[in-house]
Design a protein around this ligand. Structure first.
Ligand code: HEM
Ligand SMILES: *[C@@H]1O[C@H](CO)[C@@H](O)[C@H](O)[C@H]1NC(C)=O
Ligand SMILES: *[C@@H]1O[C@H](CO)[C@@H](O)[C@H](O)[C@H]1NC(C)=O
Length: 241
């Protein structure tokens, strides 16, 4: 009777091996059908909330795209930007590139609760951000793409990482921009294409006033147009498309 016992123990070893492989591989491939069995309704759930948020305020589509970018550039697309400060860490939300600037957290919370209704405990917030950014882009008339899924949510966030310059400031030189994207595996072409996302949304005058008033390597009629909506000296709260 040695056979059954040895085959059941090799089954156990096999099961253990799978367990080890699947729980220890943090670099597993993302896939477009990650939730096709566990949460096929995720796409309609996310889209309905994004649609209603963008109908209320078109800019929200832009804000959701940027939220995804700022999440991804700090330690990967792990939802860490969504984490509020706790007693054990100060998160990313008050970092220079984010404070009083990134928005859309309430919409993400609404999406999450809608997704939890259709499949509780399945979909990561990091994946929700990725889907919401795509849906926003499509709703505002941009390109469509299939979103690869399977990201895991971070349990921590880091203010210092978010402030370290990995999200390049608007005062960056071209070579800094190129390097910051290169560090994420993105080419110059990728960077230019992704920057096209600035055709939607708004920026605070404080983000670009110095450039339109003091720099010469900028299209002068564009600078003149921008100066109208961003007088100097002028109110600090102004924004421009
Ligand atoms: C290339 C380097 C980049 C720089 C230096 C940069 C800088 C900025 C700045 C300064 C603002 C205005 C923020 C404010 O005043 O509150 C802004 C807004 C925005 N950025 Fe970028 N950005 C970059 C790349 C990207 C990328 C890769 C994306 C997405 C693919 C993106 C999406 C957006 C969007 C959609 C807005 C408007 C957000 C809103 O209206 O809420 N940006 N960016
Ligand atoms: C973030 O913005 C708030 C509100 O304007 C401000 O009080 C705070 O000092 C800012 N935090 C940082 C780290 O800049
Ligand atoms: C332009 O540069 C001058 C001189 O450095 C400075 O005083 C002024 O504040 C700058 N203007 C803006 C809008 O940043």
């Amino acid at each position: 009777m040695a056979r059954p016992s040895s085959s059941s123990s090799s089954m156990a070893i096999l099961a253990l091996a799978f367990l080890v492989i699947f729980t220890s591989s943090s670099s597993a491939q993302l896939s477009t059908n990650f939730y096709s069995k566990s949460c096929p309704k995720v796409f309609t759930a996310v889209k309905s909330v994004v649609q209603s948020a963008v109908s209320k305020e078109r800019r929200m589509g832009a804000s959701l795209v940027r939220l995804f970018f700022h999440d991804c550039f700090v330690k990967g697309c792990d939802g860490s930007i969504l984490l509020e400060d706790t007693s054990s860490f100060t998160g990313e939300q008050t970092a220079g590139p984010n404070n009083n600037s990134v928005r859309g957290f309430n919409v993400v919370a609404k999406i999450k609760s809608q997704v939890e209704k259709v499949c509780p405990g399945i979909v990561s917030c990091a994946d929700i951000l990725a889907i919401a950014a795509r849906d926003s882009t499509v709703i505002l008339g941009g390109p469509n793409w299939n979103v690869k899924l399977g990201r895991r949510d971070s349990k921590t966030a880091s203010l210092s990482a978010a402030n370290s310059g990995v999200i390049p400031p608007p005062t960056s030189t071209l070579s800094n921009l190129i390097n910051r994207f290169k560090n994420k595996g993105l080419s110059v072409k990728d960077m230019v294409a992704l920057s096209g996302s600035h055709t939607i949304g708004q920026a605070r005058c404080t983000s670009f006033r110095a450039r339109i008033y003091n720099e010469t390597n900028i299209d002068s009629s564009f600078a003149a147009t921008r100066k109208k909506s961003c007088p100097f000296p002028g109110p600090s709260g102004n924004k421009a498309n």
